[in-house]
Design a protein around this ligand. Structure first.
Ligand SMILES: [Ca+2]
Length: 399
């Protein structure tokens, strides 16, 4: 009897809890309504579309997920630039050659880069995400570590519906609200999507002209420069100061050539390129791995997804699609590995204990930690690449 009573109490408190959560989410939707209306969304659109919005547990889980382990850039590239993705890219580029040529000409963006983005974002239209974008964005806007992103993108998605650019059944995408064949978030859609075929809709889900032109338009608006390479592998002279390999250190090709940097494929650095083209050096796996000189177009690709691995994946895949890929001269340090979150924190602690200032012990290898690591490497007579690998942590702990 008592036990039954306790069970009943427990069950009713569970119901109360989930009821309270639902009520709280509904209250938030009501509160957000005023914000959406102030942004120009009609009350009719808001009430019609938001009536069916629900919090998505899986979105919350993915949003909270800060992985303990990260992949080495080479592992990422193995998938991004796999044989399958290359051959599908060649086939898809050939099947759409005339359309891609027209769009390349119109926007000044290399068609191989457009195809590579299409390939990485959705496997050439095969995987676009099946989350209801409004529900996913409302979930992010309501709670978690990206509420301002969720709210602004939710407003964007509602504008798309309010202006009838797309209907609700089309508004499917990734858990973070990226939509269509090249995965535009709603605000990017509103700013950069193009109705290339002139049918009155900016259809990034099923119209390839709209997909390619929108992607080219976004890259162009992000500073893409026609007739400039994204980058290429380089070889660095003996004793090179790796502190120069930094995103903030942008120099003209002529200056890099003066430092003794050469193209890894043996072509002179100053051949076939505007000597005033400005680039920076990246060593994505530290001094033990390959180095690349990257230009404005690499930065434009980073505006798509702010990850060096991603931009490198796009660049290398585009070389394959253009038919001029060369194998890397310097191989990746596959025997080493990037540090886990716990190890990144112990690296920061160890630097701090040795009198270097890496900033807060948060496991984020930002500019401060890199500078501290470089200083320690310099003091040890090691290449100052600031790359936090398992090998460097071992040396640091032994020092
Ligand atoms: Ca269209």
């Amino acid at each position: 009897m008592v036990r039954n009573f306790a069970t009943a109490l427990f069950a009713s408190s569970l119901l109360l809890t989930s009821g309270a959560v639902a009520q709280e989410f509904d209250d938030w939707l009501q509160e957000f309504r005023a914000e959406a209306l102030a942004e120009g969304i009609s009350a009719e659109t808001y009430d019609r579309e938001m009536a069916t919005v629900e919090p998505v547990q899986r979105v919350l889980e993915l949003n909270d997920n800060q992985p303990e382990f990260v992949k080495g850039v080479w592992e990422y590239l193995d998938t991004a630039v796999s044989d399958t993705r290359i051959s599908n890219g060649l086939n898809n580029a050939a099947a759409n050659e005339a359309l891609l040529n027209r769009i390349e000409e119109a926007y000044g963006v290399d068609k191989e880069i457009i195809v590579a983005i299409w390939g990485l974002e959705s496997s050439y239209g095969a995987i676009m995400g099946s989350y209801d974008v409004l529900s996913a964005l409302a979930t992010l806007g309501h709670e978690g570590r990206r509420t301002s992103f969720g709210r602004s993108q939710l407003i964007g998605a509602l504008k798309i519906l309010d202006r009838e650019y797309a209907d609700r059944t089309q508004l499917k995408g990734s858990w973070a609200g990226a939509m269509g064949q090249t995965q535009f978030i709603p605000t990017t859609y509103l700013e950069s999507a193009v109705d290339y075929d002139g049918d009155g809709r900016r259809d990034l889900w099923s119209n390839l002209g709209d997909v390619f032109a929108s992607t080219a338009n976004y890259l162009s608006r992000s500073g893409y420069v026609a007739n400039e390479p994204w980058g290429f592998e380089v070889s660095l002279p003996e004793g090179f100061d790796y502190a120069l390999a930094d995103r903030s250190n942008r120099q003209m090709v002529a200056s890099w050539a003066q430092l003794g940097i050469e193209r890894a494929d043996g072509v002179a650095l100053t051949d076939d390129i505007d000597l005033n083209a400005t680039g920076y050096l990246i060593v994505p796996a530290g001094a033990e791995g390959p180095a690349f000189l990257v230009f404005n177009n690499f930065r434009a690709i980073l505006r798509y997804n702010n990850s060096t691995s991603y931009a490198l994946g796009i660049g290398l895949l585009s070389n394959h699609i253009a038919g001029d890929a060369k194998p890397l001269v310097q191989s990746w340090p596959r025997g080493d590995r990037p540090l886990s979150l716990t190890e990144r924190k112990s690296l920061q602690e160890a630097l701090s204990q040795r009198g270097y200032n890496p900033g807060p012990v948060d496991g984020i290898i930002g500019a401060g930690t890199k500078a501290a690591l470089r200083q320690w490497q310099r003091d040890q007579g090691l290449p100052a690449d600031g790359y936090a690998s398992s090998a460097v942590l071992t040396k640091l702990l032994q020092s």
